[in-house]
Design a protein around this ligand. Structure first.
Ligand SMILES: C[C@](O)(CO)[C@H](O)COP(=O)(O)OP(=O)(O)OC[C@H]1O[C@@H](n2ccc(N)nc2=O)[C@H](O)[C@@H]1O
Ligand SMILES: Nc1ncnc2c1ncn2[C@@H]1O[C@H](COP(=O)(O)OP(=O)(O)OP(=O)(O)O)[C@@H](O)[C@H]1O
Length: 311
């Protein structure tokens, strides 16, 4: 008798950069109140799911060996959470193809979790709405709802309450990946300590930045990019200061630490400039490697298995 091998459901999910990340006080639950403007970037991961006899996770791609494949992996948590919510067993084989730097401040783990929710919703024919998936996403991490959603959005609360933002045009980015990683909780802790000792600058409200996004003008947007976590990331990894300077010297309009770092994101005037800045940065010895990306792009979505590939 012929046995039919089920074809995988493949979901592509984006990385993110925080164009604006203003960090408020720590709440009683340990999280910080945020106002952030997210943009989803074309640098992406792919997650494939197939039915299996038990839950199994495997990871391929750059730095795959540093990613856990057990219940610590966010995709494992996502599969268990969704299965529990709909009253079934998480009997799936999940493969993650990493294109997003691990522990880079670009929501790599979060995007895999969002992708898993979308993939299993399709594989198990659950027909859950985007709102239902967003509620589950928020239980998995502060960045997970945004990478499910994609585009450009403002996030409040701990980053999980989203409103879409009008953004015209495509913006071009160079990402400088650092040699080490920074753990998100440690960076928030460092900011609290810096604030106890002194008063590092605060970036304030994002109104002007929203206008620049609506106008689609990269030159207007560049000076408005800001991240309250940058001082903390640079304090933990002082070499980031050199990386940030090198990108601007190479011709970027502006550079910021992405999220909790250590990836630095450089906004460029157009795609040709991004390629030139990327080439110059990779020769300057200020980072491990560089990637060119653009945004905004859509959130986690099913793609055909033939179209696997990273941008
Ligand atoms: C830095 C950002 O990437 C900006 O978008 C996010 O705030 C972090 O999002 P994430 O990785 O999904 O973070 P979570 O998994 O929710 O939280 C990880 C840890 O980061 C710290 N954390 C995160 C979000 C937040 N608003 N306040 C925090 O203090 C907490 O120590 C928390 O335990
Ligand atoms: N699917 C996953 N991909 C990458 N890391 C994962 C994953 N699941 C769990 N992790 C763990 O989470 C840690 C942070 O990884 P991740 O790549 O999500 O960081 P990040 O991009 O800085 O996250 P964020 O921007 O959301 O704060 C890693 O060191 C790894 O141990």
């Amino acid at each position: 008798m012929l046995s039919v091998v089920p074809s995988p459901v493949v979901v592509r999910a984006p990385s993110k950069v925080n164009l604006h990340l203003s960090v408020g006080d720590q709440r009683a639950d340990g999280y910080h109140e945020l106002t952030t403007v997210f943009q989803a970037l074309s640098l992406s991961d792919e997650v494939s799911v197939v039915p299996a006899k038990a839950l199994r996770v495997s990871v391929r791609g750059e730095n795959a060996s540093s990613v856990p494949t057990d219940e610590r992996n966010l995709v494992w948590k996502a599969a268990v959470l969704l299965a529990d919510a709909v009253g079934r067993e998480p009997l799936v084989d999940i493969t993650i193809d990493k294109g997003i730097p691990v522990a880079g401040g670009m929501a790599g783990g979060s995007t895999d979790a969002a992708a898993t929710l979308v993939a299993l919703n399709a594989l198990w024919e659950l027909d859950l709405s985007r709102e239902e998936l967003t509620d589950l996403a928020a239980q998995l991490g502060s960045d997970v709802p945004f990478v499910l959603h994609g585009g450009t959005a403002v996030g409040t609360g701990r980053g999980e309450k989203l409103l879409p933002v009008l953004s015209r045009n495509t913006f071009h980015w160079v990402l400088a990946l650092a040699k080490g990683g920074l753990q998100t909780p440690a960076v928030f802790r460092e900011l609290d300590e810096l604030r106890e000792k002194g008063s590092p600058p605060r970036i304030g409200e994002p109104e002007e930045l929203m206008h620049a996004l609506a106008s689609g003008d990269a030159t207007a947007l560049a000076p408005l990019l800001g991240n309250d976590l940058q001082a903390a990331a640079v304090s933990l990894l002082p070499q980031l200061r050199r990386t940030l300077r090198a990108g601007v010297t190479a011709g970027a309009l502006a550079g910021i630490v992405s999220g909790s770092g250590p990836t630095c994101a450089f906004l460029c005037a157009d795609s040709d400039t991004a390629v030139a800045v990327g080439a110059e940065l990779s020769g300057a010895g200020v980072c491990r490697t560089v990637r060119v990306a653009s945004g905004p792009v859509p959130g986690a979505r099913v793609v055909t298995s033939e179209s696997i590939g990273f941008s």
